[in-house]
Design a protein around this ligand. Structure first.
Ligand SMILES: NC(=O)c1ccc[n+]([C@@H]2O[C@H](COP(=O)([O-])OP(=O)(O)OC[C@H]3O[C@@H](n4cnc5c(N)ncnc54)[C@H](O)[C@@H]3O)[C@@H](O)[C@H]2O)c1
Length: 285
């Protein structure tokens, strides 16, 4: 099947990013939010992002208008019926994603590929909620999706070779490099990254160093572009906690137990940049 029309479900950080990436690659994109306000703000966010690129001379006005013309936002999942490939980016919660995959299976045309942007949850658990487990695959973009060059392709044990080939073709058409990874919690990048981020919160909670010194230490000592606490704020603390919990559940390794302070911050609604406060404070956009 030639993939032409992409469906995106979820319009948070990742859904918006994937929408922009796919539309810039020339695909028609239908993005589904749960509310009309969410749909409107997805289009407004895309306009703002493309506008910034025009200001910086990275995009011309014609290309900006063409990209916008390829994106439609909706609230009804049924509008994804004619999509050839769907990218799911809703909250990192398995029951929510499983329910969504069952619904996508009902509404999407036969042969459509259903993909998840999950960071850690088992792809096979979503695949088996559909009548097309051979057409379900993990396609894991990184945040911010328009900037980050890598994508992990994570086939479930049910995914067909043709689906993996289509997934790779889509990723490459989006201008990204693909690595093929096993359907295992955290794949490669997050299996390595999140124990480190979690330990940074444990160091902060234990009073080993201040927030600023922990971030300065890893930037200066390891030449990382961001400190771990800044990075957690960028990812979102709720998403980060879900990722660490999934790593912990799958490995049973006590070293992966989520940091207490991380849980407390999520409970307090300090979710990072997207909410204006996490380990740092952010001005309202
Ligand atoms: N944040 C990152 O750095 C990052 C990177 C790669 C992949 N991911 C993955 O992408 C997915 C989305 O993460 P995000 O960072 O965009 O989160 P987000 O909080 O920015 O957005 C979550 C989206 O899910 C929707 N949602 C919430 N509850 C829902 C429900 N019950 N039913 C349907 N939709 C619901 C929200 O309305 C929102 O559109 C997660 O699976 C996450 O693991 C995140």
């Amino acid at each position: 099947m030639a993939v032409k029309r992409i469906g995106v479900v979820g319009s948070g950080l990742m859904g918006s990013g994937v929408t922009e990436v796919a539309a810039k690659a020339g695909y028609e994109v239908v993005v589904r939010s749960r509310t009309q306000a969410g749909a409107d703000s997805t289009i407004a966010g895309l306009e703002k992002s493309l506008g910034r690129q025009v200001e910086k001379g990275r995009l011309d006005d014609t290309a900006r208008a063409e990209v916008l013309g390829r994106v439609r936002a909706c609230t009804d999942l049924g509008e994804l019926a004619e999509c050839d490939l769907v990218s799911e980016s809703v909250v990192e919660d398995l029951p929510t994603k499983q329910e969504l995959f069952a619904e996508l299976d009902r509404v999407c045309q036969p042969g459509a590929i259903l993909t998840t942007n999950t960071s850690t949850l088992p792809v096979v658990e979503m695949a088996m909620r559909t009548g097309r487990p051979e057409l379900v695959c993990g396609i894991h973009f990184f945040n911010p999706a328009p900037m980050m060059p890598l994508v992990e392709i994570a086939p479930a044990i049910t995914t067909s070779g043709d689906t993996v080939a289509e997934a790779r073709a889509f990723v490459e058409a989006c201008g990204k490099a693909a690595v093929l990874v096993k359907d295992q919690a955290g794949f490669v990048v997050n299996a390595l990254l999140f124990p480190y981020l979690n330990n940074a919160v444990k160091l902060l909670d234990g009073g080993v160093a201040t927030r600023d010194d922990i971030d300065a230490a890893m930037k200066g000592g390891c030449n990382f572009p961001m400190g771990p606490l800044e990075l957690l704020d960028l990812v979102g603390l709720d998403t980060s906690l879900s990722i660490i919990e999934a790593l912990h559940d799958e490995s049973s390794d006590p070293n992966y137990a989520p940091a207490r302070l991380l849980r407390r911050m999520v409970t307090a609604g300090r979710l990072g940049r997207k909410r204006g406060a996490g380990f740092y404070e952010y001005p309202k956009k």
